[in-house]
Ligand binder design. Structure first.
Ligand code: HEC
Length: 280
C-alpha cells in the first residue's frame, strides 16, 4: 500500500504542469477579455478558473503522497506545501467570487490575478528548489548573480583557492545537493554544510578523513556508471574525472573544512586539476 502511494505521488511532478498552465491561461484571459477584441472569450473565464483550481487540488493531493516518501524534511518542503494549498484554495475562491458576486469581482479582479499569480510563482519556485537544489537557477548565471556558497569571492589563483569552500563544496552542491540537501535528504545524507556532510547518512559516515578507499562517498563516485550504488543517481550529470581526483585528494589530505591549496602543499598534478575544476 505504501509503495502504491509513493508510486502515485511521483505523478505530482508530472501533473503539476496542468494547474500552472491552466491558471496562467485563466489570468491571461482575465486580462485579455477586458479588451473589446477578446470580449467574446469572456464566458470561458470562470470555467478556466474552476478547472485550474481542480487540477491544483489534484496536484496538492499527489504532493502530499509524494512528500510522504522518506527524505523530505525541512523548511522548504513546508513553504512549498503551504503555498500550494493556498494557491488551490485561492483559485477556487476566485471562481466562487466571480460567480456569486460578479459586481464586486468586476472591480476586484486585478487583486485576484495578483494573489493567484504570486502564489503560482512562489509555489513553483519552492518546488523547483526541492527538485533541483537551491543553486540550480543561478548555476550558470552571470558572475554577480551566481550564488557561491557563503558568497565566496571568485578565485583567481589556484594557490589561494580554499580546497573545501571553493572547490569541493561547490562541486558537491551543483552535482549532488539536488538530492542531498537539508530539505531532501536522500539516503539521510545532506551536503548542505561541512558538518552535515561529515555526519554522513543512513549507513554512517561517508567520508573517512585520510582514507579515500574507505570512504563510501569516494567509492560511489568511482564505481562504473551502471552500478546501482553509483552517484549521482538517475543519470544526473556525473562528476568529471578532474573533480573525482580532486575530491579524492581532499579526502586523503584529511578532509579538512578549510585550508588553501597553497598551504596544504597540493602536488603539481592536483593543482592543475583544481585549476581546471575552477575554470582558470
Ligand atoms: C537523483 C538523486 C541523487 C543525486 C543527484 C545524488 N544522489 Fe546520492 N543518493 C541518492 C539516493 C536515493 C540514495 C539512497 C540510496 C542508496 O544508498 O543508494 C543516495 C545515497 C548516497 C550515499 C550513501 C548515504 C548513506 O549513508 O547511505 C552517498 C555517499 C551519496 N549518495 C553520495 C552522492 C554524491 C557524492 C552525489 C553527487 C556526485 C550524489 N550522491 C548525488 C540519490 C542521489
Amino acid at each position: 500500500m505504501q509503495d502504491f502511494i509513493f508510486f502515485l505521488g511521483r505523478f505530482h511532478v508530472l501533473v503539476l504542469h496542468l494547474p500552472i498552465g491552466i491558471l496562467m491561461l485563466a489570468i491571461g484571459l482575465e486580462i485579455a477579455t477586458r479588451w473589446p477584441r477578446f470580449a467574446a472569450l469572456r464566458p470561458a473565464v470562470p470555467a478556466t478558473w474552476l478547472i485550474g483550481a481542480l487540477c491544483a487540488f489534484l496536484t496538492v493531493t499527489l504532493g502530499y503522497m509524494h512528500a510522504s516518501e522518506p527524505g523530505f524534511t525541512g523548511e522548504a518542503v513546508n513553504w512549498h506545501r503551504w503555498s500550494g494549498v493556498l494557491l488551490a484554495a485561492s483559485a477556487l475562491l476566485v471562481w466562487a467570487w466571480q460567480r456569486e458576486f460578479p459586481k464586486i469581482y468586476d472591480r476586484g479582479w486585478p487583486l485576484a490575478c495578483l494573489i493567484t499569480g504570486g502564489l503560482l510563482v512562489a509555489t513553483g519556485h519552492f518546488g523547483g528548489n526541492l527538485t533541483h537544489g537551491p543553486t540550480y537557477l543561478t548555476e550558470f548565471a552571470p558572475g554577480p548573480l551566481r550564488s557561491g556558497p557563503g558568497g565566496r569571492p571568485p578565485v583567481t589563483n589556484v594557490a589561494d583557492a580554499d580546497i573545501f569552500l571553493d572547490v569541493v563544496q561547490p562541486t558537491l552542491l551543483t552535482r549532488c545537493a539536488s538530492c542531498h540537501n537539508d530539505d531532501k535528504r536522500r539516503g539521510a545524507l545532506s551536503m548542505a554544510t561541512y558538518k552535515s556532510l561529515m555526519e554522513g547518512g543512513e549507513s554512517g559516515a561517508v567520508i573517512d578523513p585520510g582514507e579515500k578507499q574507505r570512504s563510501d562517498l569516494y567509492r560511489r563516485i568511482t564505481l562504473p556508471a551502471d552500478h546501482k550504488d553509483f552517484m549521482p543517481k538517475n543519470g544526473r550529470t556525473p562528476l568529471t574525472p578532474d573533480e573525482v581526483a580532486v575530491i579524492g585528494w581532499w579526502i586523503e589530505a584529511g578532509a579538512l573544512p578549510e585550508g588553501t591549496v597553497g598551504k596544504l602543499n597540493a602536488p603539481e598534478d592536483i593543482r592543475a586539476k583544481i585549476a581546471k575544476v575552477l575554470g582558470l
